[in-house]
Design a protein around this ligand. Structure first.
Ligand code: CP
Ligand code: NVA
Length: 309
């Protein structure tokens, strides 16, 4: 059985395979070819403790396109004092062939993985968002073509789940990734150490700085995310102060390569982490990026459920 909690659960060749398949799904959709109904007769649980638009809809579309049935469970209604995570997992595995879970603690996913009889797929945790990283990488593939791995990626903002998974994905593909965060908001040391190791092994490079201008210089892909991830709302006031100077403004973005594109996993907060004249410009590919969530979700489902589970 295969679980998918982190993008580092994949070998570089597997990651590349998923991206190539996602590109096939994107092109197939246009030509209206049919998908292989490999999920026919299968039920997929979607257990979400946090809100979602893209992850929820794209996954449900992907399950439907592969002939399966997706069932949404609002974690805020059933977990906590009502029922333990362990009991929830043991119930869902009786009905469903896989559990797509969005949780607060990554350790909860590890717990589910250790007891579940069906695959657990991470729909976002406090420390990782692998499904997003796949879509980010596919957007680069879509935009830059076969040469996408030689593009320089700069993340400006928080060392959060989204930047961590993206850094891991870039490292696996031997890409060049730089992150600028305010001091104290870096990608956690343990994960950073792994990212450096993976990058070295695969011929890529990763670096970090606290100066946005340094990270963005000559970048082909500029990425940011909210400064206040779900669950951190109490830190909002302090974070807005600490991230001052990290807004991706037109002026900052102009220091990237002239061919640079802008990515954001969304939801975005205009005039906070990014200015409107960047996210709403032609360089912005945020809706292509959102669209890619559906193709990468389809690729993941095909890979993990095709004759395997
Ligand atoms: N990017 C992303 O995961 O969006 P949602 O939180 O809306 O699913
Ligand atoms: N870092 C953000 C991503 C939202 C899709 C969060 O965790 O809230």
């Amino acid at each position: 059985m295969n679980h998918f909690l982190d993008i580092t659960d994949l070998e570089p060749a597997e990651l590349l395979h998923l991206l190539k398949r996602a590109e096939v799904f994107r092109k197939k959709r246009k030509s209206e070819e049919l998908y292989n109904p490999i999920l026919q007769g299968k039920n997929m649980a979607m257990f979400f403790e946090k809100p979602s638009l893209r992850t929820k809809v794209s996954f449900e579309c992907a399950v439907n396109m592969l002939g399966g049935n997706a069932i949404f469970i609002d974690g805020r209604e059933v977990s906590g004092t009502r029922e333990t995570l362990s009991d929830i997992t043991h119930n869902l595995e009786r009905f469903c062939d896989g559990i797509f879970a969005r949780v607060f603690l990554h350790s909860d996913l590890e717990k589910m993985k250790s007891i579940s009889r069906v695959p657990i797929i991470n729909a976002l945790s406090d420390s990782a968002h692998p499904m997003q990283a796949l879509a980010d990488l596919q957007t680069m593939y879509w935009h830059f073509g076969e040469d996408f791995r030689s593009q320089k990626v700069a993340f400006i903002g928080d060392g959060c789940n989204v930047s961590t998974s993206l850094a891991e994905g870039c490292a696996l593909l031997g890409m060049h990734f730089t992150i600028a965060t305010p001091p104290g908001y870096e990608i956690p040391q343990k994960q950073w150490h792994t990212i450096v190791e993976i990058a070295e092994k695969n011929g890529g490079s990763v670096s970090k700085t606290s100066i946005p201008q340094e990270a963005i210089a000559e970048a082909n892909v500029v990425v940011t995310d909210t400064w206040v991830s779900m669950g951190l709302e109490a830190e909002r006031t302090q974070r807005l102060l600490d991230f001052s100077g990290f807004t991706v403004t037109k002026e900052l973005f102009s220091q990237a390569h002239t061919n640079a594109i802008f990515l954001h996993c969304l939801p975005a907060y205009r005039e906070i982490e990014v200015s409107s004249d960047v996210i709403d410009s032609t360089a912005s590919k945020v809706f292509e990026e959102a669209e890619c969530r559906m193709y990468t979700a389809t690729a993941v489902l095909e890979y993990f459920f095709n004759n395997k589970n």
